[in-house]
Design a protein around this ligand. Structure first.
Ligand SMILES: Nc1ncnc2c1ncn2[C@@H]1O[C@H](COP(=O)(O)OP(=O)(O)OP(=O)(O)O)[C@@H](O)[C@H]1O
Length: 620
């Protein structure tokens, strides 16, 4: 049976070109204008990483360039002496001082270059570390909603993939550009002295090459830019094919063939783009090289004409040929390094842009400290829409939670319970509406402070690849009794007892001696994590979905006895467990449609009564 055509979403050509349009903002002139600030930012980053190595790299490289220029001037001295009138031994003798200078310059230049290379090599890893530190410090602080935004992921991928790692090379490239400029200034100066016409002619020989190199770099960047989402898709599928987590389901659902087809389709699309790129780049380089060759021919013809018409003597023409070659090599090295800086600058710009965007996504500093507990949490008229979503997840929702209460959110899948609890926990900001702890509007309070007062047992809790202890304490140190008591509440103590190294056991099978837990065992650990935190508000989002009957009963008993004085917000589909809640909010399509205690809601005969009766009937 032939395979169905695949839906590949983001790698459809129309979407691809949308990304291309974004490239319009990164034209050559834009980058050229941005180069000085790019160099300044790179140097600033280098300075932060290591002031000593930065100064050494820059100063030794500049000195190296100056000494190179000096050597070239001395070479001209040698040639002038050799081409002068008189007997050969006399001319050689006359050239000797300049020869010695050339030798000395070569030695000094080698030493300076070695020193600069050493400092530069030291600088690179330090800058990379600083760049990565900046990147991950931002990614872990941006508001949570950024992770629901595909643009954020694209930008993050570019910044993470090449941007951060290239920071070190940008500094090297910037230093190389300056060094080449110094070398070129010297060579061109000599050429200009010999005959002013030779200098503009020289540009003819080099500019086409420069144009080709810059254009081909832009072509590559443009392709990479457009391929971002496709490459991410490929990476995600490769993880599905090669990671431990989905390995069982890949086999159970015989997904192999399908996944390989998707992988192949994405890889093929990527390959086609890469082949197109190679073709375009080859063509560009060919045109550049041909025009440069033509330019060189024009320079030499001009030199021949100057010689033929007696405008310059033979000795000077000989020196000019040397100077032209030297200028050409200096210019092409400048071109090469500028191109390198330009290309790396594109990626580095991605990194800087991402950092700037991430800074904008940080929650601005807020004036008030988190309140010391609360008597009443009131949420009024909350509306919230996920980025890019067509429908709001919450519409005009108002709820109230009093200290020490157990409040439950119930409702069918997708009705907005988790979203509402995340807003109450300060993880998402509502689009409109307010959440208050007594009189304090949470928009005035630092979210980090607030989160210290809130514990969330998440529905999709993370299986941290850390030891059992850290999976519960999350790196805090509240002492052994707190750990043991939190573990006991959740029944995680029984889980840990069965582990070979107790709390020191690493819960990740990808490492030697690492252990895996069952779904329910993981959930007990997650519940223990929530109870370990000294929080005024404990949010339990489906805390028992994977628990066995005994563990579920024990946990709800604990919650019923007010979870050691905490206020509990409970989200669950097990309606029998919310019967004892002080208040139940029933959500439907992002709205609160019913509220009251169990008896009131049953008497109401609405959605809650319907869902409850449905569940209860299963046990009759
Ligand atoms: N990260 C997200 N990005 C976009 N939409 C989302 C996101 N998370 C949830 N939604 C959407 O928001 C709506 C509410 O989801 P929410 O997770 O709050 O529902 P829920 O009541 O907790 O559901 P469940 O009972 O299945 O856990 C759903 O329509 C869902 O598709």
């Amino acid at each position: 049976m032939p395979d169905e055509p695949l839906e590949l979403g983001e790698i459809a050509p129309s979407d691809y070109y949308i990304h291309r349009d974004t490239m319009a903002g990164v034209g050559f002139l834009t980058i050229a204008r941005r180069l000085p600030s790019l160099i300044a930012q790179a140097l600033r980053m280098a300075w932060t990483a290591s002031p000593r190595d930065t100064v050494t790299t820059v100063s030794l490289s500049l000195l190296g360039g100056i000494v190179t220029a000096f050597g070239l001037l001395a070479t001209t001295g040698v040639l002038t002496a050799l081409f002068s009138e008189g007997p050969t031994p006399g001319r050689v003798l006359a050239a000797l001082p300049s020869l010695l200078l050339v030798g000395a310059a070569a030695v000094v230049r080698t030493l300076l270059q070695a020193g600069a290379g050493w400092a530069e090599a030291r600088l690179s890893p330090q800058i990379q570390r600083a760049a990565e530190q900046r990147l991950y410090s931002l990614t872990s602080r941006v508001e949570l909603v950024a992770f629901d935004d595909p643009d954020f992921h694209d930008a993050l991928e570019r910044a993470e993939g090449r941007g951060a790692s290239i920071a070190g090379s940008v500094v090297s490239a910037a230093v190389d550009v300056v060094t080449s400029l110094v070398g070129l200034a010297a060579a061109a100066g000599v050429l200009g002295l010999l005959h002013p016409l030779l200098l503009p002619l020289l540009l003819l020989a080099v500019l086409p090459d420069a144009w080709a190199a810059v254009r081909s770099a832009r072509q590559r960047y443009s392709t990479m830019f457009g391929l971002g989402p496709a490459r991410r898709r490929k990476w995600i599928i490769s993880k599905l094919l090669a990671d431990r987590g989905p390995a069982a389901e890949v086999r159970a659902f015989t997904m192999r063939h399908f996944l390989l087809r998707v992988y192949d389709a994405v890889a093929r699309a990527e390959q086609e783009e890469m082949l197109k790129l190679v073709r375009r780049q080859t063509l560009t380089r060919l045109v550049g090289n041909a025009l440069s060759g033509l330019g060189s021919a024009v320079v030499y013809v001009a030199l021949g004409l100057l010689l033929a018409f007696g405008a310059i003597p033979l000795a000077v023409a000989g020196t000019a040929v040397l100077a032209i070659r030297s200028s050409q090599s200096s210019l092409s090295s400048l071109m090469y390094t500028t191109n390198g800086l330009y290309e790396q600058g594109l990626y580095f710009t991605d990194f800087l842009r991402f950092c700037a965007d991430a800074e904008r996504r940080l929650v601005p500093p807020r004036p008030l400290p988190a309140p010391e507990g609360f008597d009443r949490i009131t949420a009024e008229s909350l509306t919230f829409t996920y980025p890019g979503a067509e429908q709001p997840a919450l519409r005009e929702v108002s709820v109230e939670i009093k200290r020490g209460e157990i409040v439950a959110f119930v409702g069918e899948n997708g009705s907005g319970k988790t979203t509402l609890s995340k807003i109450l926990a300060g993880l998402y900001e509502p689009d409109t509406g307010t959440v208050r702890w007594d009189d304090t509007d949470l928009r005035q309070v630092s979210p980090d402070d607030l989160r210290l007062r809130t514990a969330v047992i998440a529905q999709d809790h993370t299986r941290w690849p850390l030891t059992a202890r850290y999976n519960i304490t999350m790196g805090t140190d509240k002492g052994e009794p707190a750990l043991l008591s939190a573990a006991a509440v959740a029944g995680a103590d029984e889980v840990v007892e069965g582990l070979p190294h107790g709390y020191r056991t690493l819960l990740d099978r990808r490492f030697k001696d690492g252990q895996e837990l069952s779904g329910g065992q993981w959930q007990r650990i997650a519940v223990a994590r929530g109870f370990h935190r000294d929080a005024d508000l404990l949010i339990c989002d489906e805390p028992t979905a994977a628990l066995d009957a005994r563990a579920e009963h024990a946990l709800f008993e604990r919650i019923r006895t007010h979870a050691d004085g905490r206020t509990v917000l409970l989200i669950t589909h097990r309606l029998a467990s919310v019967r004892h809640a002080d208040r139940i909010y029933v959500l439907e399509h992002g709205k609160v449609v019913e509220q009251g205690d169990h008896e009131t809601l049953l008497a109401l005969g609405g959605l809650y009564a319907e869902l409850y009766t449905l569940q209860a009937s299963a046990y009759r």
